[in-house]
Design a protein around this ligand. Structure first.
Ligand code: KIV
Length: 271
């Protein structure tokens, strides 16, 4: 009788080593156990329970109404489906306004939800929060560029970091967050040359979504790559078209990231 060894979950260290080997990291969002299982089986390296949950699952216009209870509920469901991939969960709007609240939020996402890393949207203003989380041994991904929780302040979902001053600011924010203890950087809707500069000057994996190919990895929203969102963003691709099944579409996405076929020039933004 053969005994199957359970697949080991990837750790932050594995992602760091992938960066070191120049091996592209593939991530996808998931919001329930079945999606998590399918994403995991596709070979994705990490699964993000994004607060895009609010838009693609709960039917809100923005991510702002998403609560911590929503995130814990869905993270727990995803944790039941995930095996090998590293599980990351978003800290929702207004759940990390200060150090104590942020530590409490992250603790709940990890203890009740089963997350192994938390993600927060921020700039240099979040340095204290990131430092506190890191000091408590909590892996952190800092999300820069287009920060959907700030959509009303940003005046819409638009590319960030265009122009030299804005680019310099984002680069210095990224380095400040890394210095505070962030373990990953996620860049959303950032001109490709700026993402490349941030990657070149940082030591931690840089994951892009609408940030071009010069990143250590990519992440996309599950519903976007299946072409089932009403308006798919320009930086995504419908991997279901022609694939024949959801499983084949997810595998095609992972293979395209690993093979550096995705993102192509048409998915990137110029400076
Ligand atoms: O909430 C989300 O889905 C995100 C994306 C950037 C992947 O944060």
């Amino acid at each position: 009788m053969s005994v199957q060894t359970p697949k080991r979950s990837l750790t932050l260290r594995d992602l760091q080593e992938m960066r070191g080997r120049d091996e592209p990291i593939a991530g996808l969002t998931a919001y329930d156990a079945t999606q998590a299982r399918l994403v995991d089986e596709s070979g994705a390296d990490f699964v993000l329970v994004g607060d895009s949950l609010g838009m693609v699952v709960l039917g809100h216009d923005t991510t702002i109404p998403v609560t911590l209870e929503d995130m814990i509920h869905h993270t727990r469901a995803v944790s039941r489906g995930v095996g090998r991939a590293l599980l990351m969960a978003d800290m929702p709007f207004m759940s990390y306004t200060g150090v104590d609240q942020a530590v409490h939020t992250a603790a709940r996402l990890m203890q009740e939800g089963g997350a192994r890393m938390v993600k927060l949207e921020g700039d240099a203003q979040q340095v204290d929060v990131v430092q506190a989380l890191a000091g408590h041994g909590i892996p952190v991904c800092a999300h820069l560029g287009l920060r959907p929780q700030s959509v009303h302040k940003l005046g819409g979902y638009r590319v960030q970091g265009r122009g030299e001053a804005a680019a310099e600011r984002m680069l210095s924010d990224a380095l400040a967050l890394q210095g505070a203890g962030a373990d990953l950087l996620l860049l959303e809707c950032v001109p490709a040359p700026l993402a490349g500069r941030i990657r070149a000057q940082s030591d931690i994996p840089v994951i892009g979504i609408g940030a071009g190919s010069d990143c250590d990895g990519q992440v996309l929203v599950y519903h976007d790559i299946l072409g089932i969102t009403p308006h798919s963003p320009r930086f995504s691709r419908n991997f279901l078209a022609g694939a024949g099944s959801i499983q084949a579409a997810l595998a095609a996405y992972v293979a395209a990231v690993k093979g550096r076929e995705f993102p192509a020039a048409e998915h990137a933004f110029s400076a």
